[in-house]
Design a protein around this ligand. Structure first.
Ligand SMILES: O=C(O)c1ccccc1NCC(=O)[C@H](O)[C@H](O)COP(=O)(O)O
Length: 393
C-alpha cells in the first residue's frame, strides 16, 4: 500500500513526499504547503493501520486519500476554511490573514468581521485553542505522549456504561459534567472541588462523567481530569475539550480520558473520520456533537460513529432550546440511528424531570448535564431531583 509521509521543512510548513523511505519519489513531490492551513487529518500524526504508538510521522493509505473529497478539494487549492464552509461549517480554524480586502483610493481597510475579529465566542475559543495546542505540542510531542501510554491504565467502556445504566434504570443514562464556569453563565460554582463532585455524581447514579479541561473559558484543567481518574472513581471519563488536532486525543488519553468530544460544527467530515479512527485505535469512545440538521445528517452519513450528542445550546449564540433534540430526531433519522446502533445523547439545558422525559420521548438514551447539578449545594443529590427518582439503585 502506498503511503505518504511528511517531512518537516520549515517551521509551520511541511514538505509532502511519498513513501517514508523514499523521500523524493512522487505523490506530492517537492510540494511545500502551509501546515496550519491543512485539515487536522493531514496535519499531525501517523495513520498506520497497526501501530498507534509510533513517532509522529504522518502516513496515509492511498485509498484513503483517493476516496476523500476534502483531500481532493484541498489538493486543488481550497483552504481548510473553504472545505469546512462547503459542509456548512461557519467556524474558521484560524484568524484569516493576508492583505486588507478593500481599497478605496489610497486607503486599504478590512470591514469588521472580515478580518482577524472572531465572528462569535466559539470561533474565538477555537482560535485560542489552536494557539494553545501548537505550544503544548512543542512541549509534549507525540513521541513523548506515546511512551506514557504504554503503561497507562486500561480504557473504560464509555458506551457500555451508558447502555448498562439505561437498561438498569429505564431512564436516559447520565453523563454528569464537572463544570466550574462557562462563557454563557460565568462562574457556576465558587466552592469547586472536582474530585468531591465526581465522587458525589458517581454515588448518586451517574453512568459516566464529563470533565471540562479548557482553562480559559471554563476554568477547567487536565489536572482535574487526572485527579478524578486517580481518585478511584469508576465511571468512564469524557474529556470535554475543543478538539481540533488529533494530538489532543492522545494527550487526553494520557491524562485518563476514556472518551473525547468532537464538535461537527467545528470539524469537517475528514477530520471526524480521522479522529474517530484514532479513538477506535486507542479504545476510546468519541461523542460526536451536532446542533443542527445539516450537522446531524453529515454525522449520520459517516460510518463507525456510535455516539451522537445533540447540543440544545447554540454555541455561537448561547441560545438554549431543548426542542432542538426533537427537531433533529425525526422518523427518518431515528431509523438510521437504530439501524446503525447509535446512542443519542441529549445535551444542555436540562433542569427538570419533565425535561428528561421530553428528550427521552424524542429518542435519547443518555443525557449530558452540567449547570442544573453543579449549581446545587449538593450536586450529587441534584441527580435525584433532576430525574424525579433515585437512579443509583
Ligand atoms: O456552556 C457554555 O456556555 C458553552 C459555551 C460555548 C461552548 C460550549 C459551551 N458548553 C458546553 C456544553 O455543551 C455544556 O457544558 C454541556 O452540554 C452541559 O450543558 P448544561 O447542562 O446546560 O450546563
Amino acid at each position: 500500500m502506498a503511503r505518504i509521509s511528511m517531512g518537516y521543512s520549515a517551521p509551520g510548513f511541511v514538505n509532502l513526499k511519498s513513501g517514508g523511505a523514499c523521500p523524493q519519489s512522487s505523490f506530492f513531490p517537492g510540494v511545500f504547503v502551509n501546515r496550519m492551513k491543512m485539515p487536522a487529518a493531514l496535519r499531525c500524526v501517523r495513520m498506520d493501520e497497526d501501530d498507534i504508538s509510533s513517532p509522529p510521522l504522518l502516513t496515509f493509505s492511498s485509498d484513503y486519500l483517493a476516496n476523500s473529497i476534502e483531500v481532493r478539494e484541498w489538493e486543488s487549492g481550497k483552504s481548510l476554511d473553504t472545505i469546512a464552509a462547503n459542509q456548512g461549517i461557519k467556524i474558521r480554524r484560524h484568524p484569516p490573514t493576508g492583505p486588507p480586502s478593500h481599497a478605496v483610493g489610497p486607503f486599504e481597510f478590512r470591514l469588521e468581521n472580515e478580518g482577524n475579529t472572531p465572528r462569535n465566542i466559539l470561533e474565538k475559543i477555537i482560535w485560542d485553542k489552536d494557539a494553545e495546542v501548537s505550544q503544548l505540542k512543542e512541549r509534549k510531542p507525540l513521541t513523548m505522549i506515546s511512551k506514557t501510554l504504554e503503561n497507562a491504565p486500561a480504557v473504560k467502556d464509555f458506551i457500555g456504561a451508558l447502555k448498562a445504566s439505561y437498561e438498569r434504570t429505564g431512564m436516559p443514562a447520565l453523563i454528569a459534567e464537572v463544570k466550574k464556569a462557562s462563557p454563557s453563565r460565568g462562574v457556576l460554582r465558587e466552592n469547586f472541588n472536582p474530585v468531591e463532585i465526581a465522587i458525589a455524581y458517581e454515588k448518586n447514579g451517574a453512568a459516566c462523567l464529563s470533565v471540562l479541561t479548557d482553562e480559559k473559558y471554563f476554568q477547567g484543567s487536565f489536572e482535574n481530569l487526572e485527579a478524578i481518574k486517580n481518585s478511584g472513581v469508576k465511571c468512564p471519563l469524557l474529556c470535554k475539550e475543543f478538539i481540533i488536532d488529533a494530538w489532543q486525543i492522545y494527550y487526553a488519553r494520557s491524562k485518563g480520558a476514556d472518551a473525547v468530544l468532537l464538535i461537527a460544527g467545528v470539524l469537517p467530515d475528514l477530520d471526524i473520520k480521522y479522529m474517530t479512527k484514532i479513538c477506535r485505535k486507542l479504545g476510546m469512545a468519541a461523542l460526536v456533537e451536532v446542533h443542527n440538521e445539516r450537522e446531524m445528517d453529515r454525522v449520520l452519513a459517516i460510518d463507525g460513529i456510535k455516539l451522537v450528542g445533540i447540543n440544545n445550546r447554540n454555541l455561537e449564540t448561547f441560545e438554549v432550546d431543548i426542542t432542538n433534540t426533537k427537531t433533529l430526531l425525526n422518523e427518518e433519522r431515528m431509523q438510521i440511528i437504530s439501524q446503525k446502533g447509535i446512542i443519542v445523547v441529549g445535551e444542555s439545558g436540562l433542569f427538570t424531570p419533565e425535561d428528561i422525559s421530553y428528550v427521552q420521548d424524542a429518542g435519547v438514551k443518555a443525557v449530558l448535564v452540567g449547570e442544573s447539578l453543579i449549581k446545587l449545594e449538593d450536586p450529587g443529590k441534584g441527580i435525584t431531583k433532576l430525574f424525579g427518582k433515585d437512579i443509583s439503585i
